[in-house]
Design a protein around this ligand. Structure first.
Ligand SMILES: Nc1nc2c(ncn2[C@@H]2O[C@H](COP(=O)(O)OP(=O)(O)OP(=O)(O)O)[C@@H](O)[C@H]2O)c(=O)[nH]1
Ligand SMILES: [Mg+2]
Length: 230
């Protein structure tokens, strides 16, 4: 029995059984995976919905949602009709969301494997984390790139508070810019604070609710996808 763990997931295959061990196993082609994390209510599902609406018909796409006790976010996306229902899978973590995206990623890997069979290796899978705190990040055994979504209404100090999602995510999205006047937040200050701790990694301000900034997120995403295929 040969064990292939090159994509962070164990796969059994009969290849090589009983023969001389092969060289490093080749990673099998699989969909590109984008993790979307961030605090509770920051707009992750809204962003997933907006990305699906723009990208369906352009690239095969599927979604995995994570909620602790329910399938709320998957239900929302199905209700919105952003994708065919069978292309939206829900993981019920039953534990802190970061555990299921960083430490014990088996349920998410099963979901992406199932989706991969539906959409094919050339597709894209968006994996939304359950809302969590500033320490939550995805394991790169589960995703290829990750977005961290902050909420302006959480206060303009949040970017200064740092944490791995703010400082090292592949893209930081600062969402709900429309709410800044209502909560007295200084978005420019927030973007400057984020830029200071991110060492050149990109930051995009958005108001996903009315579509502002979403095209820029799509451009970033498609550039990363193309680079991954080179
Ligand atoms: N004003 C405003 N509201 C937004 C924006 N984006 C999302 N919302 C609203 O914020 C609320 C939470 O959005 P969700 O997309 O469910 O947030 P989430 O991060 O997926 O939430 P959890 O999965 O529960 O952590 C919803 O009522 C959205 O309509 C935005 O740009 N502006
Ligand atoms: Mg959500």
């Amino acid at each position: 029995m040969h064990r292939d763990i090159t994509d962070g997931h164990e796969h059994s295959s009969g290849a090589g059984s009983g023969s001389w061990p092969a060289g490093p196993a080749e990673a099998r082609p699989r969909p590109w995976r984008l993790g979307i994390g961030g605090p509770v209510g920051s707009g992750k599902t809204a962003l997933v919905a907006a990305l699906c609406e723009r990208l369906r018909g352009v690239v095969p796409i599927g979604v995995v949602t994570n909620d602790i006790y329910t399938t709320e976010d998957a239900d929302t996306l199905r209700r919105l009709g952003v994708l065919d229902a069978k292309l939206i899978r829900a993981v019920r973590t039953g534990c802190c969301p970061h555990t299921a995206i960083r430490d014990d990623i088996g349920a998410n890997l099963d979901a992406v494997d199932e989706l991969g069979q539906e959409i094919g290796a050339e597709g894209v899978i968006l994996i939304e984390s359950g809302g969590d705190n500033l320490t939550a990040t995805f394991s790169y055994g589960l995703i290829d790139r990750q977005i961290f979504v902050l909420d302006v209404a959480g206060g303009d100090k949040v970017a200064r508070k740092g944490g791995p999602g703010v400082t090292r995510s592949d893209l930081l999205v600062v969402n709900k810019v429309d709410l800044a006047p209502m909560v007295g937040a200084d978005v420019d200050r927030m973007l400057a604070d984020a830029a200071e701790v991110r060492d050149g990694r990109p930051v995009i301000p958005t108001t996903v609710r009315n579509g502002e900034g979403v095209d820029e997120v799509v451009r970033w995403m498609m550039a990363e996808l193309v680079l991954a295929k080179l």
